[in-house]
Design a protein around this ligand. Structure first.
Ligand code: NAD
Length: 480
């Protein structure tokens, strides 16, 4: 059964606000420069497959140049500057991010494929909030709980994924600069454009050259950065597979490493939960950002006694989701970020069917061009199924059931990951009990996918180590 969709006229956000250049250099020492060997790659719109721009591919000599620029800026300027002056730069950047929010949101949706509603209302406001929050810490590090005058580490090499391009940049750069480090950051190869616009914002803010450097490229560029001998701190967000490689390659060095990796979160609905509210939370948990969310609630655990009611309501709700043009303000689900990611989602969904789970998706017209996947759920899923164990990183929900709270806990914790979990119940005591039992870095109660710069975020087990956000997020960038 599907719900009735209201007819909406198209409401596209204009892209005229974005000044796309045909090509972009690397941002090193405060300037855009050409890469040593002149290599470049194209970044496309996943919604239309149109080429948006050509972007430089940094090789080892370019990464070396960026690290040297960061080192010089650290030694001569940033580490010598009074902390309150550093804070002023961060405040200035935060304000410019707010002033240019619409431009950033449109560019993010163009390059990533996420709905403008999300980039405008979630990503970019959080990006500014992250800079404001850490700007406030810059001259208060003595009070962060790490002893008097905690020292920065030096040069941070930071590598981020494509699912929240500018937000992940802010999680990396804001605490690093506030703590007194300089950075070289590599955005993901499919979403480099907002990081390059951020580089322009650094120029606009008058940030001293070399404090922030942006090197674009793919895995090899990332590897050159994390393995560079003059990098003191490695911060990586991405897949568990690459995270393990980085852990191996940095072992035995004196680099400080934090890894934010994958997840397979349980979203647990008890029989006393308000069903409509829980259904909204389930939808937000797995269909927000096309399910390209490390902490997505990709495993729904429903108490058996309310299974039929929850499923019927959920299917009805999925029938009302609009899939299509990311720049249309009515769109709920945008494009899948890349052909490669779409292939992975298709492959794992096919495995789900082959292993015996039942696949369901509402009728939905998908555009001819671009990368699209209808919101999908699987029922009859067992814990052994690959779709219950592996991260799909797409709009695909696996539904399982439980009878007792203890069974819910056992099933929720039966995963190699441990990033997040959600609990839906009317009972406060049960929320507290569940939060104590669940091996997850974040447990949301009667909500999901809520972020705040003051709140630490990070995983257990194969979801990585270290925390980002809050006072804890400073520790990763201080010599403590
Ligand atoms: P990925 O690991 O393939 O790529 C992430 C980044 O690492 C990209 O910039 C990529 O170019 C770079 N990279 C690739 N190989 C590298 C290497 N050998 N050395 C250094 N850098 C290298 O992951 P992805 O597919 O882009 O992102 C999706 C993954 O990110 C998912 O597993 C998701 O759960 C995870 N993620 C985690 C969090 C978190 O906070 N825990 C947040 C967002 C995404």
């Amino acid at each position: 059964m599907t719900g009735k969709k209201f007819e909406y006229a198209p409401a596209p956000e204009s892209r005229a606000i974005v000044d796309l250049k045909p090509s972009y250099g690397l941002f090193i020492n405060g300037e855009f420069v050409d890469p040593a060997d002149g290599r470049a790659f194209k970044t496309i719109s996943p919604a239309t497959e149109e080429v948006l721009a050509e972007v430089s591919e940094a090789g080892k000599p370019d990464v070396d140049r960026a690290v040297q620029a960061a080192r010089k800026a650290y030694d001569r300027v940033w580490s010598k500057m009074p902390a309150r002056e550093r804070g002023k730069y961060l405040y200035r950047i935060a304000r410019i991010l707010q002033e240019r929010a619409r431009e950033l949101a449109v560019l993010e949706s163009l390059d990533n494929g996420k709905p403008i509603r999300e980039s405008r209302d979630v990503d970019i406001p959080l990006v500014a909030a992250w800079f404001f929050y850490y700007a406030g810490w810059a001259d208060k590090l003595d009070h962060a709980g790490f002893g008097p005058s905690p020292r920065p580490l030096g040069v941070a090499g930071q590598v981020i994924p494509w699912n929240f391009p500018l937000l992940m940049l802010s999680w990396k750069i804001a605490p690093a600069l506030a703590a007194g480090n300089t950075v070289v950051l590599k955005p993901a190869e499919t979403t480099p454009l907002t990081a390059l616009l951020f580089a322009e914002i650094c120029q606009q803010a008058g940030l001293p050259p070399g404090v922030v450097n942006i090197v674009t490229g793919a895995g090899e560029t990332g590897r050159a950065l994390v393995e560079h001998p003059d990098v003191d701190k490695v911060a990586f967000t991405g897949s568990t597979e690459v995270g393990k490689m980085i852990a191996r390659s940095t072992a035995g060095s004196d680099k400080k490493v934090t890894l934010e990796l994958g997840g397979k979160a349980a979203n647990i609905v008890f029989d006393d939960a308000p069903v409509d509210q829980a259904v909204e939370g389930i939808v937000n948990g797995i269909f927000f950002n096309q399910g390209h969310v490390c902490c997505a609630g990709s495993r729904l655990l429903v108490q058996e006694s309310v299974y039929d009611e929850v499923l019927a309501s959920l299917k009805r709700r999925l029938g009302t989701l609009r899939v299509g043009d990311p720049l249309d303000k009515n769109t709920d689900i945008g494009a899948i970020n890349s052909a490669e990611q779409l292939a992975r989602i298709r492959e794992l969904s096919a495995v789900g069917e082959a292993e015996g789970a039942e696949r369901w998706a509402p009728p939905c017209d998908l555009p001819d061009k671009g990368f699209w996947f209808a919101p999908t759920l699987f029922t009859g899923v067992s814990q052994a199924h690959r779709i219950a164990r592996e991260e799909i990183f797409g709009p695909v929900l696996s539904v399982l059931t439980f009878r007792t709270p203890q069974e819910a806990v056992e099933k929720a914790n039966n995963t190699p990951y441990g990033l997040s979990a959600g609990v839906w119940t009317d009972k406060g005591s049960r929320i507290l009990w569940m939060a104590g039992q669940l091996r997850a870095g974040v447990v949301w109660a009667n909500t999901f996918n809520r972020f705040d710069p003051a709140s630490p975020f990070g995983g257990y087990k194969e979801s990585g180590y270290g925390r980002e956000g809050g006072r804890h997020g400073l520790e990763a960038y201080l010599d403590v």
